[in-house]
Design a protein around this ligand. Structure first.
Ligand SMILES: N[C@@H]1[C@@H](O)[C@H](O)[C@@H](COP(=O)(O)O)O[C@@H]1O
Length: 268
């Protein structure tokens, strides 16, 4: 696992966007051989999306031959709802780049048969050749996508009941009214994310400090689902200084030094 520590979330966004652009350019995607990207919602990826949009407008990157799979969606709110992840992705990213609409995949939280929707999603990922790079955020409690603490670390795409903490935390987006927050979501599984050829988790802000500590310094545990990254051969965490506040000094020093030593080489 690599842990890269940047000054703040703007620097994190620039680094991650640059990394994604390099990956895509090196891959040289075509219509027949597209690059497959897994994507999150939340505040963590916003600086990355803003930078990708900026670089797209500069002509540095095209998304014509990119296929995307979003990680999750609420059950039971319309796609046009301002808090749906469909709405979020189009407003914050897809409307500003040249990705063909048919290349965008987001789980349908209003499907008549939700289990079938999840099975089809897994099939679609498989048929697209698997995910090349899964970009993720993390919850304060270490959840990844909407795999809450206690989720199976080999789980696949499925319907999940949200835990009280997440409902409470997200109520700020629903007029602070707990009863308006959906109680269920569709989410890719921890296993679905782990199948990606590379997984990059963005962890920024002091409120994520405990999660970063558990993910990096403790063992793999279903109570901190993102800690499964320790088992991935190509796992990268990109965090800011604020998120490192609970890490041991020696951990921070180690990862900073190894970044200098490795320079352009990849160390896992
Ligand atoms: N479904 C999303 C997750 O994908 C995201 O990682 C998490 C953290 O959000 P933020 O980045 O805003 O802290 O929020 C939600 O639960």
């Amino acid at each position: 696992m690599q842990v890269l520590i940047k000054k703040d979330q703007t620097e994190v966004g620039k680094w991650v966007a640059d990394y994604i652009i390099k990956k895509i350019i090196d891959f040289n995607p075509t219509n027949n051989r597209p690059f497959v990207l897994g994507l999150p919602t939340g505040s963590s990826p916003l600086p990355t999306y803003n930078e990708l949009i900026r670089r797209h407008k500069l002509g540095d990157i095209s998304f014509q031959n990119i296929i995307t799979f979003n990680m999750d969606e609420y059950v039971g709110i319309p796609e046009s709802h301002t808090q749906s992840y469909h709405f979020f992705m189009y407003v914050n990213f897809f409307n500003h780049i040249d990705i063909p609409k048919q290349n965008v995949h987001i789980l349908n939280g209003n499907a008549l048969n939700l289990d079938q929707e999840c099975l089809e999603y897994e099939k679609n990922i498989f048929n697209a050749g698997g995910i090349d790079l899964f970009l993720c955020g993390i919850g304060n409690d270490g959840h990844i996508a909407l795999n809450e603490p206690g989720s199976s670390l080999t789980s696949r795409t499925r319907v999940k009941s949200l835990c009280y903490d997440t409902i409470h935390f997200n109520s700020r987006f629903f007029d602070n009214d707990l009863s308006k927050v959906p109680t269920k979501a569709l989410t890719v599984g921890v296993g679905t994310i782990m199948d990606a050829r590379e997984v990059l988790i963005v962890i920024t802000g002091y409120n994520k400090a405990r999660a970063l500590k558990e993910v990096v310094e403790s063992g793999v545990s279903h109570l901190w689902p993102a800690s499964i990254l320790q088992m991935h051969q190509n796992g990268i965490i990109v965090c800011d200084e604020s998120a490192t506040m609970e890490l041991q000094v020696k951990t921070v020093k180690y990862f900073k030094e190894i970044e200098i030593i490795a320079k352009d080489e990849t160390v896992h």
